[in-house]
Ligand binder design. Structure first.
Ligand code: KG4
Ligand code: ZN
Length: 334
């Protein structure tokens, strides 16, 4: 089955073509992304109205690019999978309306996909991972732990009570005047800094050991920067210490969840999964515990349409389709 995936839930417009023979086993024929970082950089974060307006311009060319790279015409496809939530509603609507138009004109079946389901299944694009597995989804919009029991069966074990970890990276970078998006900059800068240079708090949620909280460490960065010590501390030490705190706050609940639920495999996915220190610390902690960590390569960690096509293909293969009255849902639960 050849499936076109379309993704526009946040600031990336993406399209991909995958070919799948059995549920969850796929070859990526093409995966194209139209990134908007240059547009949002001036504001230090994603501006929803700008994101949706730019999606309108970018979505058809990115779909054309994916089809051309795959060497497949629309008529040769077997179905279309599109993100219908959660995300910015204006952004979601662009991809969804585009998918509906293509489905209507071509007669192809269309299915709506939960963006988080895409992230959870992303490792299957490159690895054979047996279910059940534990997944830490950690991006600019989400930080949550899920047990992936089967296709369509996901159990949420914990989530952030406030900011997502990626948001904390981006806001800390903004406070430090480092530019946008800040995660990658902090990661690179931290290599030259001391992770114990500044003592930042490690938050734990009382009575909920599998939940996360990142607003405190973000405030701690702001308070520290305004202090005398803050002005005298090397930015590299500050970055490395902040990163270490966030990484520890991600690793602890993840390991606890793996132990509690007997997960041998831990999947690390979402944009922050690109963080070198997080990969290093989580892999080491998991290995010491007899577990392994599987992470998609960077292009499938960040928002992409191949993961959406994969998640949608499982339903398309069962003969399912959604009606063209399908709506976008900003807070779509998984
Ligand atoms: O998955 P993604 O592309 O979009 C969302 O769905 O949010 O994730 C983007 C987030 C941003 O917050 C960015 O700063 C963060 O991932 N990020 C990183 C790194 N690379 C990207 N955070 C920490 N270290 C990195 N190397
Ligand atoms: Zn995402």
């Amino acid at each position: 089955m050849k499936v076109l995936g379309i993704e526009s839930s946040c600031d990336d417009a993406a399209a991909a073509v995958i070919e799948t023979g059995a549920p969850g086993i796929a070859t990526v024929r093409a995966s194209a992304v139209a990134n908007q970082d240059d547009i949002h950089r001036a504001y230090g974060g994603v501006v929803p109205e700008l994101a949706s307006r730019n999606h309108v311009v970018a979505i058809m060319p990115v779909i054309a690019r994916a089809l051309a790279e795959a060497g497949i015409a629309l008529a040769e496809l077997d179905g279309i999978a599109v993100t219908r939530g959660p995300g910015l509603v204006g952004s979601l609507l662009v991809g969804l309306m585009c998918a509906k138009g293509l489905a209507q004109s071509s007669g192809l079946p269309m299915v709506g996909v939960n963006h988080l389901e895409g992230h959870l299944l992303a490792p299957l694009l490159e690895h054979r991972v047996a279910m059940p597995y534990l997944a830490l989804v950690v991006s600019g919009g989400h930080t949550a732990l899920f047990m992936v029991e089967d296709f369509g069966r996901y159990r949420r074990l914990g989530a952030t009570r406030d900011d997502a970890a990626g948001e904390a990276f981006d806001k800390a970078a903004k406070l430090m005047g480092l530019g946008y998006p800040g995660g990658k900059i902090i990661d690179e800068m931290s290599r030259k800094g001391r992770p114990n240079g500044v003592k930042f708090p490690r938050a734990r949620v009382k009575g909920a050991p599998l939940d996360f909280s990142f607003s405190g460490v973000k405030t701690a960065v702001a308070v520290f920067l305004a202090s005398e010590a803050g002005a005298a501390t090397a930015r590299e030490d500050l970055a490395a210490s902040f990163q270490e705190a966030v990484v520890e706050m991600l690793v602890r609940p993840t390991l606890a969840a793996a132990r509690e639920h007997g997960a041998e495999t831990i999947v690390l996915t979402g944009g922050v999964a690109a963080n070198s220190r997080l990969r290093e610390r989580l892999s080491a902690a998991a290995a010491a515990d007899g577990r392994r960590v599987v992470a998609p390569s960077f292009r499938f960690c960040t928002d992409n349409a191949a993961m959406i096509a994969l998640a949608g293909s499982v339903r398309l293969m069962r003969g399912e389709r959604d009606p063209l009255t399908l709506d976008a849902e900003a807070n779509l639960p998984l």
